[in-house]
Design a protein around this ligand. Structure first.
Ligand code: ZN
Ligand code: ZN
Length: 517
């Protein structure tokens, strides 16, 4: 009914806009904002019907029991949804909207165009097998605190019904996948099995389910586990004589950058800026390293090469690091210290009622980031934010040592500033308070990442760790990582950069430990 009403209003507004000379007048008198607000509200409700998994992840739990099967019909449904809404957007005269709504208009437009482009042009649903993994959405149901456990278990049970069909569709979709994404898919899917085994079992014990219920749930979980295992086996045995390159190529990369980052800069300009910034950072680092040479190396001769001198000083400072088994607890202990510094300096308000939970990175996420934030959405403002930390357990000794040298005493603090306080965690808490649901849900990647990067420097400029030179040197090294990532991304996807060239960039020019690189 609501949808019909809105279409009715659209028709009226359109006719009043197109009446010749009076156009200017009617534009001035008809405020399009209420109609646009109503449209946004309805758009989001419809969005959740098309993307139930996304809805759950944002704390909108009406469709928790729905698992969408990623088949051709589903892709058509998504494209039709995007096209219909792009048409609806056209019915609004953007110059007539408030600044707030103008931004929302562009964000919705970008989101819809991006989804059409992803399905029709990028087509990662064909070549990226790691796009298919159900574990996280099921784990979120078990971890949530938004409803009673028996109710959540019921949704978990209903949702499991589509797991076999989900992977059937995945196997139908995949054509000449990249070898890298194939390997990642195998590891992450196998890593996610524990959600349907130990995690599910723990939840059933906690919920004290009856024996009959348990048998019912377990029977279905077995089918889910089988479907995941079958998918992994199928990928392992997949005949793939002409795998696709993991490189996107300039055309796709350029478009993806445009949709994902929404920057005013083109990729070529960003790349040039990164190259120039790398040079500037090297100069700043050299000034500090050269000053500290005597402290660390006394009268030993300095290397002729500036970068080699910086590297030796960094290598020395990196020796101060925690033990492997203390990695996660060191991060946990850091959080209150960062909160205190921000309070003492009155830098930004941090809401103490929004829980931040440091946890071992779940296996279904492994192999990509090492440290990341999983934030609750705007419908679940008080839900847990997880700070996912990669584990060093099982890592060979030399690898663990290299990893800890990278995340030494200084870098570990900058990592915590970046990921948590006042970086991503803080920004995402604030983002959920936005009066515009569109802004909270769609976000802006340049803003999200940019805030965390800004926060690092802001903390140091406010005297964090007493402005120590070592801290600044390590900050520059960390900032160099973002800078090198920009160069790396562009070069790998558009310039055929080889692995050796990449390692040279990250290790010799970015001063990264081999494990990190
Ligand atoms: Zn060591
Ligand atoms: Zn970040």
């Amino acid at each position: 009914m609501k949808k019909l009403t809105i279409i009715g209003i659209i028709a009226v507004a359109l006719s009043s806009c197109s009446s010749g000379d009076k156009k200017q007048d009617s534009k001035a008198t008809v405020d399009m904002n209420p109609r646009f607000d109503a449209y946004k509200e309805q758009f989001i409700l419809n969005l959740w019907k098309v993307y139930p998994g996304w809805a759950s992840s944002q704390g909108y739990h009406k469709y928790d029991s729905v698992l969408t099967v990623p088949d051709a019909a589903e892709r058509t449904r998504e494209i039709n949804f995007a096209k219909a809404n792009l048409d609806s957007l056209k019915s609004f005269d953007i110059s007539n909207l408030s600044d707030n709504n103008k931004t929302d208009y562009h964000m919705i437009e970008n989101q819809l165009q991006s989804s059409i482009w992803t399905l029709n042009e990028e087509k990662s649903w064909e070549w990226n097998p790691s796009e298919y993994n159900v574990s996280e959405s099921f784990a979120t149901i078990l971890n949530g605190n938004y409803d009673t456990l028996p109710k959540r278990l019921h949704n978990f049970f209903v949702k499991m019904n589509n797991v076999p069909a989900y992977y059937e569709a995945a196997m139908k979709n995949i054509k000449n996948p990249t070898l890298e994404h194939t390997q990642l898919a195998i590891e992450q899917n196998i890593g996610g099995l524990s959600v349907f085994q130990t995690d599910l079992n723990d939840a059933m014990v906690k919920a004290k389910v009856t024996r009959v219920e348990r048998e019912k749930i377990e029977a279905r979980a077995l089918l889910a586990v089988k479907a995941i295992n079958d998918y992994a086996t199928w990928l392992k045995n997949l005949k793939n004589d002409t795998p696709r390159s993991f490189r996107l190529g300039k055309e796709l990369y350029e478009k993806k950058f445009e949709y994902d980052i929404q920057s005013g800069y083109s990729i070529d300009v960003i790349y040039e800026k990164a190259l120039a910034h790398k040079k500037e950072l090297h100069e700043k680092m050299f000034t500090i390293a050269d000053k500290y040479w005597i402290k660390y190396f006394d009268k030993a001769p300095k290397p002729a090469d500036k970068l080699a001198e910086i590297k030796q000083v960094i290598d020395k400072i990196s020796e101060t690091h925690v033990k492997p088994e203390e990695f996660q607890s060191a991060i946990e202990q850091q959080i209150p210290a960062l909160v205190k510094f921000i309070k003492d300096k009155d830098l930004i308000y941090i809401d103490p009622s929004k829980p931040l939970v440091v946890r071992k990175e779940p296996d279904y996420m492994a192999g990509v980031a090492g440290a990341s934030i999983s934030a609750p959405g705007p419908y679940d403002k008080n839900g847990n934010t997880y700070y996912n930390v990669g584990t060093l357990a099982g890592m060979p000794k030399d690898k663990a040592e290299s990893y800890l040298r990278e995340y030494n005493k200084y870098i570990l603090q900058i990592l915590n500033i970046h990921e948590a306080i006042p970086g991503h965690y803080t920004q995402l808490v604030y983002s959920n308070q936005s009066p515009s649901l569109i802004k909270s849900l769609f976000g802006n990647n340049a803003m999200i990442e940019g805030w965390a990067v800004y926060a690092e420097r802001m903390m140091l400029e406010n005297g964090y760790e007493n402005n120590e030179d070592e801290m600044w040197l390590m900050y520059y090294k960390w900032n160099l990582r973002s800078t090198c990532n920009t160069i790396l991304d562009y070069s790998v996807h558009t310039k055929n950069m080889s692995k050796e060239e990449a390692m040279h960039l990250l290790i010799d020019e970015g001063f990264q430990e081999k494990t990190e690189a």
